[in-house]
Design a protein around this ligand. Structure first.
Ligand SMILES: CC(C)(COP(=O)(O)OP(=O)(O)OC[C@H]1O[C@@H](n2cnc3c(N)ncnc32)[C@H](O)[C@@H]1OP(=O)(O)O)[C@@H](O)C(=O)NCCC(=O)NCCS
Length: 182
């Protein structure tokens, strides 16, 4: 189990107490736009329950993001094994979801750098990937700020996206190689 700290943020494992603020975040249509809209409490509880199991095995996962100054839950970020099969799997992804009022402060870039360092230094993964709906420009901007690069030949239609949400199917894939491994 892993806790990461940056100047403004802490990323630590999930607890049951995170369900309430995470549900509030997952009820915001703007935050959830690229995930098909707000999620029910049942779905959010099921997600947190599953992640609590997964983080034990993997040592880390997409984890709560806590603002040091206030102790407030402001979102989640982290690395995780990609849980579906695609041309680029098996792979470890980096991902994020932040409460709307905290966008534009550089928090995700800050914690993203800490997770990249953890993934490449402590875990020695060869590569990280990150993917997003093709027009999720804010998320793609984070990938680019963190040094990820894009080859359009890697893009894919996400099989888990239901057919009634065709505009959310096309995904871009970004990759970052571990510079420590020649
Ligand atoms: C994707 C998402 C996490 C990006 O959040 P974000 O706040 O734009 O990203 P960052 O935390 O890296 O912040 C960068 C912005 O903060 C600004 N900033 C302010 N202070 C900063 C600082 N100290 N350091 C770095 N950047 C700073 C940057 O200039 C940039 O501003 P801009 O958006 O005007 O270009 C957020 O939009 C989100 O949660 N979206 C909904 C969920 C989602 O789609 N997740 C991804 C699914 S693939």
């Amino acid at each position: 189990m892993t806790t990461l700290e940056t100047p403004r943020l802490i990323s630590r494992p999930w607890t049951e107490a995170d369900i309430e603020p995470f549900f509030a975040l997952c009820s915001d249509p703007e935050v959830m736009h690229y995930f098909g809209g707000p999620q029910s409490r049942e779905k959010v509880e099921a997600t947190v329950g599953r992640v609590i199991e997964l983080q034990v095995d993997f040592g880390v996962w997409l984890q709560p993001l806590i603002l040091k100054e206030t102790g407030e839950f402001i979102g989640m970020a982290g690395i995780a094994q990609v849980m579906f099969e695609e041309h680029f799997t098996p792979a470890v992804e980096i991902g994020w979801r932040l409460a709307r009022r905290h966008w534009g402060k550089g928090y995700i870039t800050e914690i993203g750098r800490a997770f990249i360092d953890y993934a490449f230094t402590k875990r020695e993964f060869d590569e990280l990937v990150s993917f997003a709906v093709h027009d999720n420009l804010r998320s793609i901007a984070v990938m680019q700020r963190l040094g990820f690069t894009h080859n359009p030949a890697d893009d894919f239609d996400h099989k888990s996206v239901p057919d009634d949400l065709p505009h959310l199917k096309r995904h871009v894939l970004y990759r970052l190689n571990n510079p420590r491994l020649g």
